[in-house]
Design a protein. Structure first.
Ligand code: GLN
Length: 485
């Protein structure tokens, strides 16, 4: 059962070859078996999962039209609201908080008859690259459980890699979908800023955050992206750019391609094995007739610095709402209101979140604002202009997704800077608001997955999906599955 793709499950349920209940039973059983070893979920919501399957079967029995995700199990990163379920953001400060409404992306999944299996682990408030910043536990990489799955959407990536669900949702502010996708050997896509509504996603850095899909092949990824995309009156930054039928676009193929290989992404710091695999992926396109051009993104070297000023600045403002008054953790120790705020926040937030709040508050404070926040915004514009210039010459860029394969649990926890550097290739995409995706392209000698990244023009997700589908028609990396024990 777990080998079935989302497209296959939905087709079988639609044709009544299999009931949603059978699907749900099989997936729930497998999830319960695998989760103790991998620690993918903060919570498996078995009862509502089974109930939604039964309701779908009843709907089909009584002549209702099954949705596009009929009977497909989906895992949700635990920073998105599902009505009635806890949203923890893997933080103690949200202790006991239950969402009172569905995020727009969740509403759309439900409307298409997806079955929501549970909430997956993440770095606290999506700040991190390994899930080690979760206040609860670290998720294990299904390919080697001594290693991290990447982050912050590590639980969602591991769920799909291990076949626990064919699809999952993550969020990506600086690489949190693409880096774990590459570490876990699955596809992950960060849509163009505004493609998917952020309503009901707990905000980290609002000018960078996007919800996006994980899947094991381009067809499934296209299906999920089609469902969650589109304008939403509840998110004024969502775009009214029409949503193409991504699944239908795949059938058309890529057409002639001009691809750029930016030299800054292949310089010092890149693992030699990754370089070789990514360049081999470029060759697959070249052999099929794509024109390959060297391009340059000169301001890419400042992306990490810019991100670690802007993202914490926005986070420091967004996280001000967690004060122990309205919901979540409240200290038992306070003697007055100020102490209530201070102690609730001190007890509720973990070290990385505190670090970001301090960084952001500093960068925004008077006297430092011009030197840090304002300057970072100016360099952000230069990074956008680099991409604009590159996309005048080529249709898409191919780069590595991450500089190394999955690292060992504990390897980078004592050095935040080393942890930050694992996003060196993914961050500029968020700063520019363009779409980016990671596609599996092989394994290291230690049998750890490697991914390449496709960066596209705004709202050209269809072309990127076509590229991924073409690549997967020429290679078999995405078909490999991790060892079960
Ligand atoms: N790892 C990056 C950070 O810690 C990106 C996180 C994300 O995309 N949510 O900020």
């Amino acid at each position: 059962m777990s080998a079935l793709s989302a497209c296959e499950i939905a087709a079988k349920v639609r044709k009544k070859e299999i009931s949603a209940l059978e699907v749900a039973k099989g997936f729930l059983e497998n999830a319960k078996k695998q989760d103790p070893r991998l620690k993918v979920f903060i919570k498996i919501h078995g009862d509502p999962f089974m109930a939604s399957a039964e309701a779908l079967d009843e709907k089909i029995r009584t002549g209702g039209a099954p949705g596009r995700l009929a009977g497909v199990p989906v895992a949700i990163k635990d920073n998105m609201n599902v009505d009635g379920w806890e949203t923890t953001c893997a933080s103690k400060i949200l202790e006991g908080f239950k969402a009172t409404y569905d995020a727009t992306a969740i509403k759309k999944l439900k409307a298409e008859d997806a079955l929501l299996l549970g909430k997956t682990n993440l770095d606290e408030f999506a700040m991190g690259s390994s899930t080690e910043n979760s206040a609860f536990f670290t998720t294990k990489n299904p390919w080697d459980i001594s290693r991290v799955p990447g982050g912050s959407s590590g639980g969602s990536a591991a769920a799909v890699a291990a076949g626990i669900t064919p699809l999952s949702l993550g969020s990506d502010t600086g690489g949190s979908i693409r880096q774990p996708a590459s570490f876990c050997g699955v596809l992950g896509l960060k849509p163009t800023y505004g493609r998917v509504s952020r309503f009901g996603l707990v905000a980290f850095a609002s000018s960078l955050d996007q919800i996006g899909p994980f899947a094991r092949d381009a067809q499934d990824l296209a299906l999920l992206l089609s469902v969650i995309s589109g304008k939403d009156p509840m998110d004024s930054t969502s775009s009214d750019e029409p949503v193409p039928d991504y699944a239908a676009a795949l059938a058309k193929g890529t057409g002639p391609l001009k691809l750029g290989v930016p030299k800054e992404y292949f310089a010092k710091g890149l693992d030699a094995e990754i370089k070789e695999k990514v360049l081999a992926a470029v060759k697959v396109f070249e052999k099929a007739g794509a024109k390959i051009e060297d391009v340059s993104l000169p301001h890419m070297s400042s992306a990490i610095e810019v991100y670690y000023i802007l993202a914490p600045s926005e986070a420091s403002a967004n996280l001000a709402r967690f004060d122990g008054i309205r919901y979540g953790h409240r200290t038992k120790e306070a003697k007055n209101l100020l102490e209530l705020y201070e102690k609730s926040r001190d007890e509720g937030f973990g070290p990385e979140v505190k670090r970001r709040i301090m960084l952001g508050t500093y960068a925004l404070s008077s006297g430092y604002y011009d030197a840090f926040y304002l300057k970072a915004q100016k360099v952000r514009t230069l990074i956008c202009q680099d991409f604009e210039a590159a996309f005048k010459k080529v249709d898409a860029l191919i780069t590595p997704t991450a500089p190394t394969p999955a690292f060992k649990i504990g390897d980078k926890t004592s050095d935040p800077l080393q942890m930050y550097l694992s996003d060196v290739y993914t961050i500029s995409c968020n700063l520019a608001g363009i779409p980016g995706m990671s596609v599996p392209c092989g394994f290291s000698k230690e049998k750890l997955p490697v991914g390449f990244q496709i960066l596209g023009r705004p709202f050209e997700e269809a072309r990127m999906l076509q590229m991924a589908a073409f690549y997967q028609s020429q290679t078999a990396w995405h078909k490999e599955t991790p060892p079960l024990n």
